[in-house]
Design a protein around this ligand. Sequence first.
Ligand code: ARG
Length: 560
Amino acid sequence: MIVNVLADAIESLDAEEIKSMIEVPPKADMGDYAFPCYKLAKIYKKSPNLIAQEIMQDISVSDTFESIKTMGAYINFYVKKENLVKTLFDQFKSTANYGSSDEGQGKTIVLDYSSPNVAKPFHIGHFRTTIIGNALYKIYSYLGYQCVGVNHIGDWGTQFGKLIVAYKKWGNKELIEKNGIDELSKIYVKFHEEAEKEETLNDEARAWFTKMEQGDEDALTLWQWFIDISIKEFEKLYDLLNIKFDSYAGESFYNNKTQSVVKELQEKRLIKISEGAKIVELEEEQMPPCLITKRDGSTLYSTRDIAAALYRKKTYHFDKCLYITALDQKLHFAQWFKVIEKMDYKWHKDLVHIPYGLVSMESGKLSTRKGQVILLSDLLNEAIEKTKKIIEEKNPNIENKDDVSRMVGIGAIIFNDLYNNIIKDVVFSWKKVLNFDGETGPYVQYTHVRTVSVLKKASYESFEDTKAYDLLTDDASYNLVKTLLKFPSIIKTAAYKYEPSFLPRYIVDLAQDFNKFYNDNPILVDDTSLKKARLSLVYITKKVLATALQLIGIDAPKQM
Ligand code: ARG
């Protein structure tokens, strides 16, 4: 509507351009939409304020708008409230999934996330990549993109030589079968302690890794066993979190694909030999060189990443490939992205590293060195237990207590984790995470429960647009309508900025607006048309809350 009005008044911009320039003002008294005239100032060589006034004169005020005013360089549109309510209802009805889109039709996004390391504990740093990746996967899918979730498991490298030595010297099959990764990482830590005293252990480890690279059966059987044990444990966590991957092609998958990378780099004259190792110089880029093979010919993490990128491009024809890891791998990605560019692949610009900050506990930093890590499984189980206690106090007769405790406990942790910009460090505090009021998972889930129970009380099952839009123009309803209208653009912003935090923040705003609406406006009133109008707004809110939570990997319980 606004686009049409403006397009008629402005000759030098087409509708698409105008659309992309329209903003939603930060304050309600600045109108519902605003059009800035700065860009036109360059074209017309006049002050933007003057242009705003001139355009204003050419605009014909239709009955869509309450009023249109200029404010400095902006033209502000005040939509008639009932028209904006109608817009929401129309948009909501027009699709089965409000906020979804088909803009990604025909485009593929590969997401590399979670990617824990075999035989090493799944700590809460890996939790971040897992839920950020999962959220981005769901968000992009909702926008119509074909997504491929890859778990690039760390299942190759010299550390496996060490693990084999450790197992042969101090390993206990039964204990490992019983305690899994816990036991494997214990003997791995022991290896490091012993190797400090006895240098030769490292040579033994190297020799075992070489055997692995040469396909030695004994070595590979042990290696495969370590993998199976680890994946079994990882999958328990993924089940708990309800997370799935499309591919488990980890580092070892690229073993037979690294030699051709080395060859190609050589043919493209990018390889230099430095003390026997093959490297790609990145001096001009002011980075240390990217290591391709070690002196003994074995490949590295970066070699496998290059091979993986080439493979993924060939296999999935991705439009973007996203890598979600902790910030400390920033240099690693910058280096090998550069190598891809030097290899002259234009799609190097479609590789995106998405780094995130550290997690620390309120009680002190997490130590990842001395085996003393906070395990994700412990954390999740503790959250579920603690939630159960709270729920038992608040609502002792609830059905499916275990299920609800799981949804709320895990939801609380995910919500807390995704609430801030992902690059920021997260400080974990139980008191904050499980608070039922505040900017938390339980608070927004509880708001969802409230919408469900209102609808249930009213036996309101399917959406009905009574078209009585003027009944929803009081301040609280109108505010809620405006927030609900923002949902589609919030999803897009979260996607384009690779920043899931836009969703939890939006969900909190929405929950607050809904609770205000709920307090100000009795819903189950005698006036049937008023009741129906309010119920339809509750219905949309319920849908949007549930969808938004689902997009960040959190369940929306019906009771709690
Ligand atoms: N396994 C690595 C780690 O735990 C993360 C792998 C990230 N993905 C990649 N393609 N390099 O640090």
